[in-house]
Design a protein around this ligand. Structure first.
Ligand SMILES: Nc1nc(=O)c2c([nH]1)NC[C@@H]1CN(c3ccc(C(=O)N[C@@H](CCC(=O)O)C(=O)O)cc3)CN21
Ligand SMILES: CC(C)C(=O)C(=O)O
Ligand SMILES: [Mg+2]
Length: 253
């Protein structure tokens, strides 16, 4: 087993046990701070398109963007498992998915994540068969925000629960080591967590309905005040600190 596979398997082994705390990171200083604080999984999310690059959503993110930020995060990290998001249209076929997953790994990622279930199972299998760990992502899929006309909660009906479960089961079968559940109503997220053999990692799924949590680092520290999802629980206000420091600087210059 490679180092990356060992780390992914260790996280997978935490199903129902020690909780999994994950955060996004997009640059060297943040990766270094989070790794040194003991975060076990650093996600270089395509959310960087919004909170770092200023695009209105994640559909503008390219492989070039991802490679640039994965490399920076890898330079700041020692212990954590680094997961790189495959951006929209970088995994339209199994061969393209594998080629781009390998590029993320060459840039410093240990694993990759892609959005969707049944339709993506063949891509996941191609990547896993090549020895690269894959994290699944179900529920609300931000790369489909334009088709869906917004960010909508998922898993509100029995049919939606069944559809998400089918997708998760296809991902499990294809070999993912865990699955991110995004914006799934709390009781559905809990039922999915109970039904699956791999750990679930929740965002916007309520309190402790999953085996772990992931958050966008700028939401946690209050560094991007212009788009904050309703479930964010900011623990500091970096935006205000920066404004204050800069106003002081202008004043005394
Ligand atoms: N800064 C930031 N934080 C994130 O968590 C995040 C991003 N950006 N960009 C990519 C996606 C988009 N995310 C979002 C965006 C909006 C909602 C939201 O408005 N949720 C409502 C939906 C209610 C409905 O069903 O209509 C909610 O109440 O949860 C949730 C997640 C999560 N991701
Ligand atoms: C919100 C997480 C799960 C993500 O995919 C991202 O940050 O891009
Ligand atoms: Mg993402």
């Amino acid at each position: 087993m490679t180092d990356s596979q060992i780390k992914a398997a260790a996280l997978q082994g935490r199903k129902g046990g020690q909780r999994i705390a994950c955060l996004t990171a997009y640059d060297y200083p943040t990766a270094r701070l989070l790794d040194e604080a003991g975060v076990g999984l650093l996600l270089v999310g395509d959310s960087l398109g919004m909170v770092v690059l200023g695009y209105p959503d994640t559909t503008h993110v390219t492989m070039e963007h991802m490679l640039h930020h994965v490399a920076a995060v890898a330079r700041g990290n020692q212990q954590a498992l680094i997961v790189g998001d495959l951006p929209i249209h970088s995994y339209d076929s199994p061969s393209q998915a594998l080629e781009n997953a390998q590029k993320l790994v060459d840039a410093g990622a240990d694993a990759v994540k892609l959005e969707g279930g049944v339709r993506q199972a063949d891509k996941v299998k191609a990547i896993v068969d090549a020895g690269i760990p894959v994290l699944g992502h179900m529920g609300m899929l931000p790369q489909r925000v334009l088709e869906e006309g917004g960010y909508k909660k998922k898993g509100k009906s029995e049919e939606e629960f069944e559809a998400i479960l089918d997708g998760c089961r296809a991902l499990e079968k294809a070999g993912v080591f865990a699955i991110v559940l995004e914006s799934v109503v709390a009781d559905t997220a809990q039922r999915l967590t109970d039904a699956l053999t791999v750990p679930t990692i929740g965002i916007g799924c309520g309190e402790k309905t999953c085996d772990g949590e992931v958050a966008v680092i700028t939401d946690l520290v209050g560094a991007y005040p212009w788009f904050v999802p309703p479930f964010a629980k900011p623990q500091s206000n970096i935006a205000e600190d920066v404004s204050k420091a800069v106003r002081w600087y202008i004043q005394q210059a």
